[in-house]
Ligand binder design. Structure first.
Ligand SMILES: [Zn+2]
Length: 203
């Protein structure tokens, strides 16, 4: 077996991007898996300000104030790398999530989500989805999603393409510090509790 194949298999098993290159994220994941704690604590880079295209802005404005600059910076940094992206989805209310969950279940169409109301980070404004455009054409499947992920992960965002169960390459979320080592389900339960109690999500 070739060395890069070995590295890819290890990366896949760790649930990180399988690019065959053993960089800091790979070593962090190996360390965490074997030693059981974070080692390098990959520092989030500083996010920039300013506004982006109107379609993205319409979604960004629905996001938690803490998440908004991350979404804008991702659009700007992708553009700087020659990749055109827009933010195409932001906050989804519980009602909107319920309607989406019904699709392919009690309503016609194919299933689009496994999350019912309160079980998606979109319901708290902590998550957003991107679309990639090339020559004015929307691409729903492209290696460019992975290229953007490198930028997003550098910013400190969590990428849906790294999920072990259902991979969601357009999806990004900003995990609160208190949820750093929590399973997704535990974090969502705490977010629902905080929402019900009117408590801050990031405090
Ligand atoms: Zn999403």
């Amino acid at each position: 077996m070739e060395l890069d194949t070995v590295i890819r298999e290890v990366q896949t098993a760790l649930g990180i991007t399988a690019d065959g290159k053993p960089g800091p994220i790979t070593w962090e994941a190996i360390h965490e898996h074997i030693i059981g704690q974070h080692a390098l604590s990959v520092q989030p880079v500083e996010v920039t300000g300013g506004t982006v295209d109107p379609r993205s802005e319409a979604c960004i404005i629905t996001l938690h104030p803490r998440v908004q600059p991350y979404a804008r910076t991702l659009v700007q940094r992708a553009a700087a790398a020659g990749i055109t992206i827009e933010i195409i989805s932001g906050l989804r209310t519980y009602d909107e999530q319920t309607a989406l969950y019904a699709q392919g279940r009690s309503k016609p169409g194919s299933k689009v989500t496994n999350a019912s109301a309160g079980y998606s980070n979109h319901n708290f404004g902590l998550a957003f989805d991107i679309g990639v455009w090339q020559s004015g054409k929307y691409l729903d499947d492209s290696p460019l999603y992975k290229a953007v992920a490198t930028i997003g992960i550098d910013l400190g965002l969590e990428w849906g393409g790294n999920w072990k169960s259902i991979q969601d390459q357009p999806h990004y979320q900003l995990r609160p510090d208190w949820a750093k080592d929590m399973p997704e389900s535990t974090m969502l339960a705490e977010l629902r509790r905080r929402k019900d109690s009117g408590l801050a999500f990031y405090a």
